[in-house]
Design a protein around this ligand. Structure first.
Ligand code: FAD
Length: 527
């Protein structure tokens, strides 16, 4: 069925990652008529393949990128306050070994500076732990040569759901946000505006929309979209690939910042959904962004370097539960190693066309504001003090009060074990009762997708009915993230696909195609 797509709008946003979602949400909140086109699923590009941190970026301090760190720390505080159901404080250990090139005093100085830059928006001040204290917290760390560990805090986010909630927030302000809707062509008009030609794949239809302004928020695809708009095209983005592997849990509740021996890079081992997320790498990648995936070399590097710090993890390739890559959409810079390319955001405006490059998930709101401010003369709206719309799951009361009052109340009201109510509340925030209502109306939806997992059929139904999921992969990889667990195929995807077939009217052929398409996206294939 084709949704009502307007034929005219103030702003077309191409790309439904975090930057497109942020721009659409703020522009719609300002009262503009906004249409967002995403060629696949929301967050299916880089924005669901991040390290899942809302952070200042402590490692950027040694590159003297202080303004970036300062801005990111300020944004970190805002997101912790405004989206506590999606962004939560995460303690980090920063180990110092005798053989490390960076001496312990340098790490301590870096953390002190990080605290100072955070100022009043800090989570907690850092502490220095001696080796026995560090090993008591993290017994799986290599003890030999350990001088001590810094303990500091950053934020952890559900990246795909942050994008989704911004999309829903944009829609709550009147925007139209379409997934499975690629833009194929953009024509300039004599009146200074543009015609944006799109396809709407779910209905098999296509059309054009006349707009005053266009935001190219296609991240790693920015060069391709720019080529549709300007005749004399130059490269705008320099995509660099970052890969992660998912391993059995190496640590308890702390993340660890690891210094690689091979190339002195810093990477993370992060507790994530009962596993450890290890990454990332940083390599130029001029290939097709639709096909990016980790190489064997990258997987080997991450396995080798993590086993240096976690000696119990001298594992082979067979222990890798899942792996994924994303492309950083860094503003074009000639030459130099990928790691040396600036992470700063860059907003380009040429007439009515905005392009958003670089930056981080953490800073998406300030990037959206900068982008729209750059187009104020075209859009005729001052964006300086327009607030972002509330995210739909944002708690209406302080987070601690939400946890201690709402979760037990919902568990009682809907007759669920408190653990299951908590699992839902930590994912959906204030939207939880809507998932619970589905279970109450149809108790068969309480069935878990897998006996070892908390996710239920009700969440699949919710993803289809209220979260714009169109494909099995949308549900498994981004709405619920089961696609990164050992239960990613078999019982769970069978059950989810059968329910989706029922809800979306798929015949058996289409259901099997969806299963094959989802499984084809998993990496490594053998897991
Ligand atoms: P994307 O998320 O890639 O979105 C672009 C969208 O445009 C895609 O969904 C694509 O399908 C769509 N699109 C493309 N062409 C078209 C078309 N023709 N029509 C319609 N739609 C189209 N930042 C942090 O703050 N914290 C982190 O921990 C962190 N970790 C990272 C780890 C890695 C490995 C990488 C690569 C980046 C990380 N970042 C992190 C940075 C952050 O993830 C990115 O800056 C951000 O996600 C980029 O978002 P985007 O919206 O610009 O691009």
């Amino acid at each position: 069925m084709k949704p009502a797509i307007p034929s005219e709008a103030d702003l077309a946003v191409i790309g439904g990652g975090i930057n497109g979602a942020g721009v659409a949400a703020l522009a719609a909140r300002a009262g503009l008529k906004v249409v967002l086109f995403e060629k696949g699923d929301f967050a299916s590009g880089t924005s669901s393949r991040s390290t899942k941190l809302i952070h200042g970026g402590i490692r950027y301090l040694e590159q003297f990128r202080f303004p970036l760190v300062f801005e990111s720390l300020r944004e970190r505080r805002r997101l912790l306050d405004q989206a506590p159901h999606l962004v939560r404080p995460l303690p980090f250990l920063l180990p110092s070994y005798r053989e490390d090139e960076r001496p312990a005093w340098m790490l301590r100085l870096g953390m002190t500076f990080y605290d100072l830059l955070a100022g009043r928006s800090n989570i907690h001040r850092h502490r220095w732990l001696d080796a026995p204290q560090a090993l008591a917290l993290a017994p799986s760390l290599k003890p030999d040569g350990l001088r001590g560990c810094g303990l500091y805090y950053d934020g952890q986010v559900n990246d795909a759901r942050l994008v989704l909630e911004d999309i829903l927030a944009a829609e709550s302000q009147g925007a139209t946000c379409l997934n499975d809707s690629p833009v194929d062509r953009v024509d300039s008009r004599a009146d200074g505006g543009m015609d944006v030609h799109y396809r709407h794949l779910p209905s098999g239809s296509s059309g054009a929309i006349r707009v005053r302004c266009l935001a190219n928020t296609t991240g790693p695809w920015a060069n391709q979209v720019s080529r549709m708009i300007v005749k004399e095209h130059r490269d705008l983005v320099r995509p660099t690939r970052g890969s992660h592997i998912v391993l059995p849990q190496l640590m308890g509740s702390h993340a660890v910042l690891v210094m690689s021996k091979r190339d002195r890079r810093i990477f993370f081992v992060i507790p994530w959904r009962g596993y450890s997320l290890v990454g990332t790498t940083d390599l130029d990648d001029a290939g097709d962004p639709d096909r990016t995936c980790p190489t064997e070399e990258e997987i080997g590097y991450l396995l080798e370097e993590s086993s240096r710090v976690f000696p119990g993890a001298t594992w082979g390739r067979e222990k890798v539960v899942a792996a994924f890559s994303g492309l950083r959409p860094l503003a074009w810079a000639e030459g130099g190693h990928a790691s040396s390319v600036s992470r700063e955001d860059r907003i380009l405006r040429e007439g009515p066309v905005l392009t958003v490059l670089g930056g981080k998930l953490t800073t998406y709101r300030s990037m959206a504001r900068k982008a729209l401010r750059a187009a104020e003369s075209v859009l005729g709206v001052p964006f300086h003090s327009i607030p972002f719309p509330d995210l739909p799951g944002a708690p209406s009361i302080p987070w601690q009060a939400f946890l201690v009052t709402k979760i037990p109340a919902w568990a009682r009201e809907f007759g669920l074990p408190p653990g299951q109510a908590a699992h839902l509340a930590l994912m959906y925030g204030e939207r939880t009762p809507r998932v619970l209502a589905l279970m109450r109306d149809d108790p068969s939806l309480k069935t878990p997708l897998h006996p070892e997992r908390p996710e239920t059929l009700a969440q699949v139904a919710f993803a289809v009915r209220e979260e714009k999921a169109l494909h099995l992969s949308d549900v498994m990889l981004r709405r619920l993230e089961i696609g990164y667990s050992t239960q990613r195929t078999g019982e769970a995807d069978e059950k989810a696909s059968r329910l989706m077939a029922h809800l979306l009217g798929w015949d058996e052929k289409k259901r099997l195609e969806e299963l094959a398409d989802y499984r084809g996206q998993l990496f490594p294939k053998s897991a």
